[in-house]
Design a binder for this molecule. Structure first.
Ligand code: NDP
Length: 337
């Protein structure tokens, strides 16, 4: 990036970001001011950007990853719950989702890391040193997988830690595996692995699984699946590849080791709100608290998508929330112009 100039990147979603224009010196002051700064380019952020464009708002979307799409790129199974759309996986869904964004006019900056945000002032400082000023901010930063924080969890990534049963199960066919967690995601992964693995051991910390009843029934009817309740995995072990897990059961005197060659960890998600802590009202789990207009407790700061929706984190919900935030902003700014 040249000093005294900055890159405007087009929303060329399929091919990644494209450097289109460099604006130098005196024009920067104008360009750094936006009606709306959207943080995060998953389904929520992109939906908001489309609506902002439709409503004539000058909008920039900041995305820390190389490409837009957010968590869609981590869905390896079919997407079936978005009305009217069936896609074989999240990436195909994203292609469909982004067909319209190719025609829209908003700036999308990918690979853009945020250093800090002054939420009240609506000022965003990037790692590159640039500062952006918005009239409104829409937070669409999503969630990330929760980690166990045990030895071996990061060391064995790519060496027996299974990222997704939908994607990786053939690689683990014929191997004994362990699934950690008791929700829908753990159950779904265990069921997929049970189709190809001789044994699948589900380890869940609580007295009962939290997964939906149909999943629980299927888990219980599979002979190759064993469920350890009130148990935790305390260590993943091996040399170069995963060879065993250490499990501690409630009231047991000592943990025991079980030989496995693959481990899936699905223990829920945590919201990406660390940038806003202390500046916004967050709930006990760190999710942004919003009203039915997607407004946070700071005026003209909105939160949409999973980061503000712990109860129903869905793609359709994210898209709808994006539309709501854009419409509220447009109606306010329209009144001022
Ligand atoms: P959930 O939050 O539903 O479940 C997380 C599970 O992990 C809980 O059983 C929880 O235990 C356990 N857990 C949390 N923290 C720890 C910890 N530190 N150590 C050990 N265990 C822990 O998350 P999921 O990822 O399963 O699902 C997230 C969302 O995605 C849900 O809304 C779910 O319905 C949805 N989903 C939908 C699917 C589908 O429609 N096919 C498939 C997969 C997910 P406890 O019960 O004790 O709190």
């Amino acid at each position: 990036m040249l000093p005294g100039s900055f890159e405007i990147r087009d929303n060329a979603l399929a091919g990644g970001s494209v450097l289109q224009t460099k604006i130098a010196g005196s024009e920067i002051a104008n360009r750094l001011m936006h009606d709306v700064i959207i943080i995060g380019a998953g389904p929520a952020g992109l939906s908001a950007a489309l609506w902002c464009d439709e409503l004539g708002l000058d909008t920039i979307v900041l995305e820390q990853n190389e490409q837009a799409g957010g968590q869609l790129h981590s869905i390896y199974g079919p997407v079936v719950n978005y009305p009217g759309v069936h896609a074989k996986d999240g990436s195909e869904f994203f292609e469909r989702f982004s067909e319209r964004t190719g025609e829209a006019e908003f700036d999308l900056w990918t690979n853009t890391e945020i250093e800090s945000i002054d939420v009240k002032a609506k000022r965003v400082r990037l790692r590159s040193g640039e500062e952006l000023q918005g009239i409104s901010i829409i937070i669409a930063t999503g969630v990330r997988r929760r980690q166990l924080g045990i030895p071996g969890e990061s060391e064995f990534v790519g060496h027996g830690l299974i990222e997704s049963a939908s994607r990786d199960r053939n690689e683990f066919a014929g191997k004994d595996v362990c699934v950690v967690g008791g929700g829908d995601a753990a159950a779904e992964n265990a069921l997929l692995l049970a189709e190809v693995c001789p044994t699948v051991t589900v380890v869940h910390r609580n007295k009962a699984l939290r997964a939906r009843p149909t999943f629980v029934q299927q888990l219980q009817s599979q002979h190759c699946i064993t469920i350890f309740l009130e148990a935790v995995v305390t260590r993943i072990m091996g040399n170069h590849e995963v060879e065993a897990v250490e499990i501690r059961r409630k009231d047991a005197l000592k943990p025991f080791q079980m030989a496995v060659q693959g481990v899936v960890i699905r223990i829920g998600v945590v919201p990406n709100t660390q940038l806003f802590r202390g500046q916004l009202e967050l709930d006990d789990e760190g999710y942004a608290v919003v009203n039915n207009r997607q407004e946070t407790n700071v005026v003209n700061v909105f939160a949409i998508g999973d980061v503000a929706n712990p109860l129903a984190p869905t793609i359709s919900g994210a898209a709808g929330a994006g539309a709501t935030a854009a419409k509220v902003i447009a109606s306010r700014l329209g009144g001022r112009r």
